[in-house]
Design a binder for this molecule. Structure first.
Ligand code: SF4
Length: 211
């Protein structure tokens, strides 16, 4: 399949997913979350490396909140630790989106002794953990708090945030694809020593220090 056709198929699929998201029933989400139950035990495991990949991927909504709270220097391009890089013929490395930085021990940069230090501004991924929607269906990550008592009004707030996150993530992905307009890219294991990084996101493309 030619690159243009492939791109157009992906765009159509994303547009359909955005459209379909408007018919997700908030009532069904509330019921599912309430029946599953959840009570955060404050163990902080989701903020450390202990459960595997603890990357906190950021939407533009999250980046706006981090800007408002004066924490924009805590984000980095998503590629930083990967072994493979997408490079162009000029030696630039391309990556997609942003995530929170982590400390050298793998903990989230915002994890303090008493828990999250930016709680009111924490990203959507953290607000909704362990719940998320993928391809229109509710999914639940591993979490020791699953099954705990959850008052109905909390389930309703959580359901609204889970749906909001899904729609924002879908729109971010769609807009990223719409903006993305590079020539041929290649997978390389070692980019040129003096490579420049280009980050693609829903607003266009950036150098890491331009965000
Ligand atoms: S932002 Fe807060 S809640 Fe989210 S991973 Fe970091 S410490 Fe945990």
């Amino acid at each position: 399949m030619k690159e243009k056709e492939y791109r157009s198929l992906i765009l159509k699929d994303l547009e359909k997913q955005v459209l379909d998201s408007s018919s997700i029933s908030i009532h069904d989400l509330v019921v599912e979350i309430a029946c599953t139950g959840f009570r955060c035990s404050g163990c902080g495991r989701c903020c450390t490396f202990s459960t595997g990949d603890n990357s906190v991927l950021l939407t533009y909504f999250d980046i706006g909140n981090l800007k408002k709270s004066g924490n924009i220097d805590t984000i980095e391009p998503t590629v930083a630790e990967e072994n493979m890089f997408l490079a162009d013929t000029e030696g630039n490395v391309h990556t997609f989106g942003w995530r929170l930085k982590r400390k050298t021990n793998g903990e989230c940069v915002f994890l303090g002794d008493a828990g999250c230090t930016i709680y009111p501004f924490r990203p959507l991924l953290c607000r909704t953990y362990p719940f998320y929607i993928a391809e229109g269906k509710m999914e639940i990550s591993e979490c020791g708090g699953k099954g705990g008592f959850l008052p109905f009004y909390h389930a309703r707030r959580l359901a609204n945030e889970v749906l909001q996150r899904y729609i924002i993530e879908l729109r971010d992905t769609l807009m990223t694809y719409r903006h993305f307009n590079e020539g041929l890219l290649f997978l390389v294991s070692r980019p040129a020593a003096d490579y420049k990084m280009i980050v693609h996101d829903s607003r266009g493309k950036w150098k890491p220090d331009e965000i």
